[in-house]
Design a protein around this ligand. Structure first.
Ligand SMILES: [Zn+2]
Length: 242
């Protein structure tokens, strides 16, 4: 099985853009006293998670990305965990709930926002499901679109799979910080996927270590080609055994 990274097709004539975020988020964390790592990253998104049963005062805290202490972060993380999928990584900055905001322009069948969020038009999602593509869980966006034809977009909630093969990691790795566990490491310039870490029953997912990398299988690419869907392009990634 071949695997591909998804990119927005910038050569297409589509002009679609979103000025939107998910309804809730986990805040960032204050910098670590030892290694100064902190903040958060917005790449992990779980649009199908519904936090609306939580008290309003907590939802206010879960709407503000501003960094909090690690203790407060852990408390909010524990509050969210029972409402999120068991496989979800709930890291600082993770996005939760339906995508809300404004949009404009024309969208293709597929739309990749900020390299990390994959959106699919409702009709195209139906086609992909009917073609047997696995791993398609989507949540309709609540976005106000300017212009006559508002697209019916769904944001995919992507599972996390795939690890880097050791051949694309530095030979000598810095140990993780003793206080917070963060590891200072550059993302490899050329991605090599570890064959054993790739799923057989998921055709679209997020890289487990590089959260801004959306990966699809050969089956997904074949279905997109057959259905003549557009808006994104695919870059084959090297997969290595052992
Ligand atoms: Zn640290």
């Amino acid at each position: 099985m071949k695997f591909y990274r998804v990119h927005q097709d910038t050569a297409s004539a589509y002009t679609g853009s979103l000025d939107a975020v998910n309804k809730w988020c986990l805040p960032g964390v204050e910098p670590c006293s030892r290694c100064h790592a902190g903040g958060g990253s917005p790449w992990l998104s779980y649009p199908c998670v519904d936090l609306s049963s939580l008290p309003r005062t907590e939802l206010e805290k879960l709407s503000d990305p501003w960094p909090v202490s690690r203790e407060e972060f852990s408390r909010l993380q524990a509050l969210v965990a029972p409402l999120a999928p068991s496989w979800a990584l709930l890291e600082p900055g993770a996005q939760l709930g339906p995508c809300e905001g404004k949009g404009s322009g024309r969208f293709g069948s597929l739309f990749l926002s900020d390299a990390a969020s994959l959106f699919v038009q409702q009709a195209s999602l139906g086609g992909l499901v009917a073609a047997g593509v696995k791993g398609l869980e989507g949540c309709p966006v609540t976005i106000r679109f300017r212009g006559k034809q508002a697209p019916a977009l769904l944001q995919l909630q992507l599972e996390l799979h795939g690890l880097l093969h050791r051949d694309c990691l530095p030979a000598v790795r810095e140990p993780p910080c003793l206080t917070c566990g963060a590891r200072k490491e550059d993302w490899p310039r050329t991605l090599i996927l570890d064959a054993a870490s790739l799923p057989e029953d998921r055709d679209v997912f997020r890289h487990r270590q590089g959260w801004a990398t959306v990966i699809v299988s050969e089956r997904f690419v074949e279905a997109v080609t057959r259905l003549e869907l557009d808006g994104v392009r695919f870059e084959e990634l090297e997969v290595r055994e052992g």
